[in-house]
Design a protein around this ligand. Structure first.
Ligand code: SAM
Length: 228
């Protein structure tokens, strides 16, 4: 019962990974990977009691207790140094929370694990963390499921400098080149939303000119990417 979203995330996990899935809830992702013999070792990390219990029962039900350890901890605190984790997945949360988890847990990243991140919103925050921490985006994907749009960002540590333009940070360096249907739909919807707010603001007697300017700039940027 893995969602298409998590199936796509799973597709980026290398064989024999030592994986930590942070914010695992039901631990469906590590359970799926474990059952398909993709894992050398797994951690399902959860900070909240209810989801932690969900993970415990799922891993037990699937008979994966030896392979996947369920730990109740805040963010990357679920990882111990001797776990030798080489892949971290953080999925189904907002970009700012993913970023905060990576920031708070940066001591757990000294071995530079592969990061597979799936922000529901605020992807820009995630890309900002990536470029600021010597990681490089190696793949991106955007997909829709149950009327939601999801992005997946895969990042690998690299010694050399990796920079992104403001446009890349916002739209995604790979996504804006691929420009698939979901990407176009996402940004067309965003465009409509901004144009609507702008119209409403114009109806009001007073509205801050800087605000209008900001929105016009954003409209231009989105149109630029869509027409590129
Ligand atoms: N990763 C699963 C997925 O993509 O389907 C579950 C996503 S669920 C919406 C987000 C989970 O992250 C919740 O279960 C929540 O308790 C957990 N979470 C939020 N902040 C966390 C943190 N700092 N450390 C660990 N888990 C966290």
């Amino acid at each position: 019962h893995l969602s298409q979203r998590l199936l796509r995330v799973a597709s980026y996990v290398p064989n024999n990974a030592r994986l930590a899935d942070i914010g695992s809830d039901h631990a469906y992702l590590p359970a799926y990977l474990g059952l398909n013999n993709k894992l050398a070792f797994g951690i399902a990390g959860e900070v909240v009691e209810g989801p932690y219990q969900n993970a415990v029962s799922e891993i037990k039900k699937e008979g994966l207790n030896e392979l996947v350890k369920v730990r109740q901890a805040d963010g990357l605190a679920a990882i111990n140094d001797d776990d030798d984790i080489d892949v971290i997945t953080i999925c189904g949360m907002g970009g700012p929370l993913i970023r905060e988890i990576l920031e708070k847990g940066n001591l757990k990243l000294v071995n530079h694990p592969l990061l597979i991140l799936q922000p529901n919103v605020g992807e820009k925050q995630v890309r900002n963390w990536i470029v600021a921490n010597n990681y490089r985006i190696i793949a991106e994907e955007i997909l829709t499921e149950d009327n939601h749009i999801y992005e997946i960002i895969v990042a690998r540590y690299n010694e050399s400098l990796f920079e992104l333009t403001a446009t890349d940070l916002e739209f995604g360096p790979f996504l804006r080149k691929q420009k698939n249907k979901v990407f176009v739909a996402k940004w067309q919807a965003e465009l409509q939303k901004i144009k609507y707010v702008l119209e409403e603001m114009k109806k009001a007697k007073e509205f801050p000119i800087e605000q209008e300017h900001k929105m016009l700039t954003k409209i231009k940027r989105i149109e630029g990417v869509l027409d590129d």
